[in-house]
Design a protein around this ligand. Structure first.
Ligand code: PBG
Length: 296
């Protein structure tokens, strides 16, 4: 009688990659999640891959940050893609394309003289970063900055450079959410973090999410995303009913950490993790980006 079943092949594991070798840094606000140098990341992934994990989403954590986020174009993520590809030839490698963990102000793009994110400059930078990731062998690039026109800009640049086979998973309906709090720790984003409400969505809006998703599909996104997931199950369902595209849902850091904190205190059963993933899939997600892969 069961209508919905979650399997490990539905899940996408985020990986936070640091420079160097033999680096393991626990993320204080995300129990069980670490920043790893790529050698350690490969070790950490092995068991999940053996058990059927099919896809990962890479985030680069650079040693240095500047106002333009120039390190986003360095070799950290491309080298990680290459090493992980060599270790796990069949794994689907997705890479987050954004500047916020590379800029010293923590915004998702460079700032204009008034201190607002410069949309066009951000899209140009994303396109260059996407090409570098595609060249290293990424299967999908995942622009997460919610800039207008970012999918079209990246698609055009990838095709021009001969990467028409590289897919785009767009963070299409991404809300300005407090649930991203622990991600600050995970990616060492500067403490002020920036006010992202000029480019991320108002949590109160439902119809706007459908417009954002429609734009991304028209611009060439192969997978569209709703983020966060747990507090936005209604949006996932609406998107599922409105569009035929593959839908990813991002079960974000804060959603993970609040559950882990309650499990740690023995206030709640660890089985709640599976219930949450089942709910997200039941709402209509085809795939779920989640920090709960190992627990699952
Ligand atoms: C970067 C990005 C963020 C997350 C993924 N990519 C943070 C943000 O935009 O504010 C959040 C992921 C999480 O909280 O797990 N644009």
């Amino acid at each position: 009688m069961r209508e919905t079943d979650v399997s490990i092949s539905d899940l996408i594991a985020p990986c936070f990659i640091r420079e160097g070798n033999n680096v393991t840094v626990p993320i204080a606000s995300m129990p069980g999640i670490f920043q790893f140098s790529v050698d350690r990341a490969i070790e950490d992934l092995r068991e999940s891959v053996v058990k059927g994990l099919q896809a990962i989403l890479l985030f680069g954590i650079p040693d240095t940050k500047d106002p333009e986020g120039r390190a986003a174009e360095n070799v950290l993520v491309p080298e990680a893609v290459h090493a992980i590809r060599t270790a796990f030839p069949d794994l689907v490698i997705m890479t987050d394309v954004c500047l916020c963990s590379y800029t010293d102000h923590g915004h998702c793009g460079p700032l204009d003289p008034k201190g607002k994110v410069d949309n066009a400059a951000a899209v140009d930078a994303y396109a260059r970063v996407a090409i570098a990731h595609a060249r290293a062998g990424a299967d999908f690039v995942a622009p997460s900055g919610m800039m207008d026109g970012m999918v079209a800009g990246i698609r055009l640049a990838l095709d021009r450079e001969g990467f028409s086979q590289t897919g785009i998973m767009s963070y299409s309906a991404k809300y300005a959410s407090h649930f991203y709090g622990p991600f600050r720790d995970a990616t060492a984003i500067s403490s002020d973090f920036g006010d992202r409400r000029t480019y991320q969505m108002d949590p109160a809006n439902r119809r706007e999410a459908l417009r954002e998703i429609e734009c991304d599909i028209e611009e060439g996104a192969d997978i569209v995303m709703v983020k966060p997931a747990l507090a936005y199950l209604d949006i996932i369902r609406e998107a599922r009913d409105a569009f035929d595209h593959p839908i990813a849902a991002y079960n974000v850091s804060g959603e993970y950490s609040m559950v882990e904190a309650a499990i740690e205190k023995k206030w709640i059963s660890p089985d709640v993790a599976r219930e949450i993933l089942t709910s997200i899939k039941r709402a209509g997600a085809d795939m779920i980006i989640t920090y709960s892969v190992k627990r699952f």
